[in-house]
Write a protein that binds this ligand. Structure first.
Ligand code: ATP
Length: 222
């Protein structure tokens, strides 16, 4: 299968000298297109740092990241922002919805930022899959945690990114809601042929992935 995301010799060090933290200490990782990869590891092992690097939200101390044919280090910050918005959908544990915007406005917000027209038909398909049709005019604070996370998923999918990066997306949800959300994410992922990379502490969710990568002390455990 085609490799869509490749990290080579990835290192991220914070600080210097005795207090230096080696959050990532030499990661080589290839992610295949269309697959669901779970990233697991103990707290502080480097999972979020890795995901942030893979999505270009932070820059490595050393090493390179290639997404498709694009080398992230070759982009200036403006190009990187545009690239991220088009190619990557992010989902975070805390949903990161904008409280003063309605559900619909939240979903289309990243697309409007790019000055693009939202594909209304496509987005309504996602909205229906996620069971959000009746909530489009609501404000996020009036929704349950599971509903808010579904809005965040819809927002991540709406710009048709090739990669979804999710950092503990179900960390704040009960187990039933969490299973539903992961099920929906897997379904939309396979429907739209998206590559999913997800950090999880939950072994049951990791079991649903095509591949599990364990991080230990900033390295991939073998
Ligand atoms: N901005 C920062 N400055 C200094 N150290 C940092 C910074 N961000 C992360 N670290 C350190 O890097 C290491 C890896 O952190 P990271 O958040 O990637 O771990 P994690 O595996 O995602 O943890 P968790 O499961 O608790 O979210 C930790 O020791 C953390 O304290």
């Amino acid at each position: 299968m085609k490799c869509i995301l490749k990290a080579t010799g990835l290192k991220k060090y914070y600080g210097e000298g005795e207090t230096q933290v080696r959050a990532l200490d030499g990661i080589d990782l290839e992610i295949e297109q269309g697959r669901f990869t779970a990233i697991i590891g103990t707290s502080g092992s480097g999972k979020s740092t890795l995901l942030n690097m893979l999505g270009g939200l932070d820059t490595p101390t050393e090493g390179s990241i290639r997404i498709g044919n694009t080398e992230l280090a070759g982009l200036n910050s403006e190009q990187a922002t545009v690239f991220r918005r088009k190619q990557i959908g992010f989902i975070f544990q805390n949903y990161n919805l904008i409280p003063v915007l309605t559900v619909w406005e939240n979903i289309v917000f990243p697309i409007s930022l790019d000055g693009r027209e939202p594909d209304q038909k496509f987005i309504m398909q996602i909205v229906e899959m996620l069971g959000l049709e009746s909530k489009l005019d609501s404000l996020p604070n009036n929704l349950s945690g599971g509903q808010q996370q579904r809005v965040a998923i819809a927002r991540a999918l709406a710009s048709k990114p090739s990669i979804i990066l999710a950092d503990e997306p179900t960390g704040n949800l009960d187990s039933k809601t969490s299973d539903d959300v992961i099920g929906l994410l897997k379904m939309t992922g396979s429907e739209f042929c998206q590559t999913i990379v997800m950090i999880t502490h939950n072994p049951e969710i990791a079991q649903m992935a095509d591949r599990v990568v364990r991080i230990e002390d900033g390295k991939i455990a073998v």
